[in-house]
Design a binder for this molecule. Structure first.
Ligand code: NAP
Ligand code: MG
Length: 398
C-alpha cells in the first residue's frame, strides 16, 4: 500500500506522562502505517522545557505561526509538587497559556459524540462547541477588600491628558470592590476567530452576553461582534447557509438546553470557562472533549482537552497495563491532519482523517472501549479493554 503523502509539515508538540505514551502508540498504530507523516517536532515534555528554560514552548508557538497547523499533546503545568517531583529550576508557566498569548487565539471545545455515551440532556444529538474568549474580564481583575466607610469609584487617566471618573458605591461599612477591563482589539480578534470557525465547520454561531445589565461593557462586545459580522461575514454566512445569532445569556442557556446541538456558542471569558465544563460534563465524559485554538490570523492548534492522566502514568511506570482513553488525542491528530489537507488541497489526507474518526466511533459503538467509557456506556455489550487492545481494534477497522 502506498502511504498518503503530505506537502507541508505539521507542527508536532509532544507532552508529558500518560498522554506522551499514548502519543507514541497512536503514531505507531494509526498514523505511520498509512501516512508518510511529515512533522516538525517540538518536545514540550517537562524535561526539555527545563533544559531549554522554556524556550522550546515559545519556539513551538512560532512554528505554528510559520506552518499554520499544530497538534499538541497534554503537558504538565508545574505547581510546587511538580517542581519537586522533576527538580525544576523554576515553576514554568502553563504551555497552553504561553502558546495562546503568542497566537492570540480563541479556544473552541467540542465533545466527541458516540452512540452509547449518552448526553444527560436527552435532546442533544449533535456536539455543542463552546468558544471561550480567553482574555481579560475577571481573569485580569483588580480587587480591594474595603475595610470601612468610603467612596468607591472607577477612573481612567488618559495618556493624552484628561480623565473620566464614575462613582461605584458609597460604602457605609466594610465590603468588596472589583475592577475589570477588556480591549476592543481583543474582542475584535475573538469575533473574527468565531466567525471563521463557524464558516470552516459550517455551523451556526450564537453569541451571548448580559448587555441588558451591562449597558457599556457587555454592550461593547455585542456591538463589535455585530460590526465585524456586517462588514466581513454576512455575505459569506448567507452563501454557506449558516446563521449568526445574538441573544441575552439567560435566553441562550434556555435555548441551548432545548436545542439539538450542532452549533457554536461564543461566550465571554467567565461564561466560557463555566459553560464549557458544564457542556462537557453534560455530554457524558471529560475524556471525550477536543479543543482547538484558532488565532485571528488563521493558525490552528489541536489538542485533547484533558490533562496528562497522571494517575495512570504512575501505574504504567510500575509496569501495569492501563486503560487510558486515547480518543481525544486521536481527534487532535485527525483535526490537524484534516486542516493540513484542506490548506494543502490534499483530499486523501482529509479523507484519511474522516476514516480514522469513523474507525474510532465504530469501535466504541460495537462495544469495545476503554474502561472510563465502559463504566458509563448504555450499550448492553460494552466491554472495557486496555489501551493497546483498543488501539489495535481501531487499526484493524481502519
Ligand atoms: P487529567 O489528566 O485530565 O486527569 C484527571 C482524571 O480524569 C484522571 O485521573 C482520570 O480519572 C480521568 N481522565 C482524564 N483523561 C482521561 C483519559 N484520557 N482516559 C481515562 N481517564 C481519563 O487531570 P489531572 O490529573 O488533574 O492533571 C494531570 C496533569 O495534566 C497536571 O499536571 C495538569 O497540569 C495537566 N493538564 C494539562 C492540560 C493540557 O495540557 N491541556 C489540561 C489539564 C491538565 P481516573 O484516575 O479516575 O481514571
Ligand atoms: Mg473551567
Amino acid at each position: 500500500m502506498t502511504k498518503i503523502a503530505m506537502k507541508t509539515p505539521l507542527v508536532e508538540i509532544d507532552g508529558d506522562e500518560m498522554t506522551r505514551i499514548l502519543w507514541k502508540k497512536i503514531k505507531e498504530h494509526l498514523l505511520d502505517p498509512f501516512i508518510d507523516l511529515q512533522t516538525e517536532y517540538y518536545d514540550l515534555g517537562i524535561a526539555k522545557r527545563e533544559e531549554t528554560k522554556d524556550r522550546i514552548t515559545v519556539d513551538a508557538a512560532h512554528a505554528i505561526k510559520k506552518y499554520g497547523v499544530g497538534v499538541k499533546c497534554a503537558t504538565i503545568t508545574p505547581n510546587q509538587s511538580r517542581v519537586e517531583e522533576y527538580g525544576l529550576s523554576e515553576m514554568w508557566k502553563s504551555p497552553n497559556g504561553t502558546i495562546r498569548a503568542i497566537l492570540d487565539g480563541t479556544a473552541f471545545r467540542a465533545p466527541i459524540v458516540v452512540k452509547g455515551i449518552e448526553p444527560y440532556v436527552k435532546n442533544w444529538k449533535k456536539p455543542i462547541t463552546v468558544a471561550r474568549h480567553a482574555f481579560g474580564d475577571v481573569y485580569r481583575n483588580a480587587e480591594i477588600r474595603v475595610r470601612d466607610k468610603g467612596e468607591g469609584e472607577l477612573r481612567i487617566r488618559y495618556a493624552d491628558g484628561g480623565e473620566e471618573t464614575v462613582p461605584i458605591a458609597s460604602f457605609g461599612g466594610p465590603g468588596i470592590l472589583q475592577g475589570i477591563h477588556n480591549l476592543d482589539a481583543s474582542i475584535i480578534n475573538f469575533a473574527h476567530a468565531c466567525f471563521r470557525f463557524a464558516l470552516s465547520t459550517r455551523q451556526d454561531l450564537w453569541f451571548s452576553t448580559k448587555d441588558t445589565i451591562s449597558k457599556i461593557y457587555d454592550r461593547r462586545f455585542m456591538d463589535l461582534f455585530q460590526e465585524v459580522y456586517e462588514t466581513e461575514y454576512k455575505r459569506r454566512f448567507a452563501a454557506a447557509g449558516i446563521e449568526y445569532f445574538y441573544t441575552l445569556i439567560d435566553d441562550a442557556v434556555a435555548r441551548v438546553v432545548r436545542s439539538e446541538g450542532g452549533f457554536i456558542w461564543a461566550c465571554k471569558n467567565y461564561d466560557g470557562d463555566v459553560m464549557s465544563d458544564l457542556v462537557a460534563a453534560a455530554f457524558g465524559s471529560l475524556a471525550m472533549m477536543t479543543s482547538v485554538l484558532v488565532s485571528p490570523q488563521g493558525f490552528y492548534e489541536y489538542e485533547a482537552a484533558h490533562g496528562t492522566v497522571q494517575r495512570h502514568y504512575y501505574r504504567y511506570q510500575k509496569g501495569e497495563e492501563t486503560s487510558t482513553n486515547p480518543i481525544a488525542t486521536i481527534y487532535a491528530w485527525t483535526g490537524a491532519l484534516r486542516k493540513r489537507g484542506e490548506l494543502d488541497q490534499l483530499p486523501a489526507l482529509q479523507a484519511f482523517a474522516d476514516r480514522l474518526e469513523a474507525a474510532v466511533v465504530d469501535t466504541v459503538e460495537l462495544g469495545i472501549m476503554t474502561k472510563d467509557l465502559a463504566a458509563i456506556s448504555t450499550l448492553p455489550n460494552a466491554k472495557g479493554v486496555m489501551t493497546d487492545e483498543f488501539l489495535q481494534t481501531i487499526a484493524e477497522k481502519l
